[in-house]
Design a protein around this ligand. Structure first.
Ligand code: GAR
Length: 191
């Protein structure tokens, strides 16, 4: 059986890329084929290099106005796209090519704190400012709207008045580490 090939899309630090890659490293059924990133200096490029995974930089114009990324996916025979801290809206050509085969992680309990501009620390800032008692992660399928596709999984963490944006971010990263690779595995394997 050919392994299921993942392309990981990222825009930033790449901790999720690293965790997903390490999780699948010894699993023959699923393979991380490549990283595609859209922010030139993103640290994820260095992580990919250390992990020995090809990383392709494409700017916003490439994603939004051309077929270069779609062509790359075709050429590399990618089965699923995973957004691991990817901050552009997925363009229509990729949605058409990967119907219900693009997975995103969002660092809050959707539908709360989702939508355009709600990413990374912006989400945590809003959650802390609103004195929420809990937050968490949402893993969902991607459609043409930010953060609105079918929810596959959520996990929660509790917050106290002492929590800050940084401590919340740490709690969220722990949840992402624990659950994101496993939920990807289950989803792409059809379990
Ligand atoms: C993660 O917390 C992820 O949930 C979030 O960006 C962070 C990326 O961290 N994604 C979004 O906000 C998507 N709207 P990483 O680059 O270290 O994996």
């Amino acid at each position: 059986m050919k392994p299921i090939k993942l392309a990981l899309f990222a825009s930033g630090n790449g901790t999720n890329v690293q965790q997903i890659t390490e999780y699948f490293a010894d699993k023959p059924e699923v393979t991380v084929d490549c990283v595609v990133y859209n922010v030139k200096d993103a640290y994820v490029a260095q992580r990919a290099e250390k992990l020995g995974i090809p990383a392709f930089y494409h700017n916003r114009h490439d994603f939004m106005e051309t077929d270069v990324v779609a062509d790359l996916m075709k050429e590399r025979e990618i089965d699923w796209i995973v957004l691991a801290g990817f901050l552009l809206l997925v363009p229509a050509n990729l949605l058409a090519m990967f119907p219900n085969r693009i997975i995103n992680i969002h660092p809050a309990l959707l539908p709360k704190y989702g939508g355009k501009g709600m990413y990374g620390h912006h989400v945590h800032e809003a959650v802390v400012a609103n004195h929420e008692k809990e937050s968490g992660i949402t893993i969902h399928l991607v459609d043409q709207h930010y953060d609105r596709g079918t929810i596959l999984f959520q996990a929660k963490c509790q917050l106290t008045e002492e929590d800050t944006v940084d401590t919340l971010a740490q709690k969220i990263h722990l949840l992402e580490k624990e659950f994101f690779p496993k939920v990807i595995e289950k989803t792409v394997m059809g379990r």
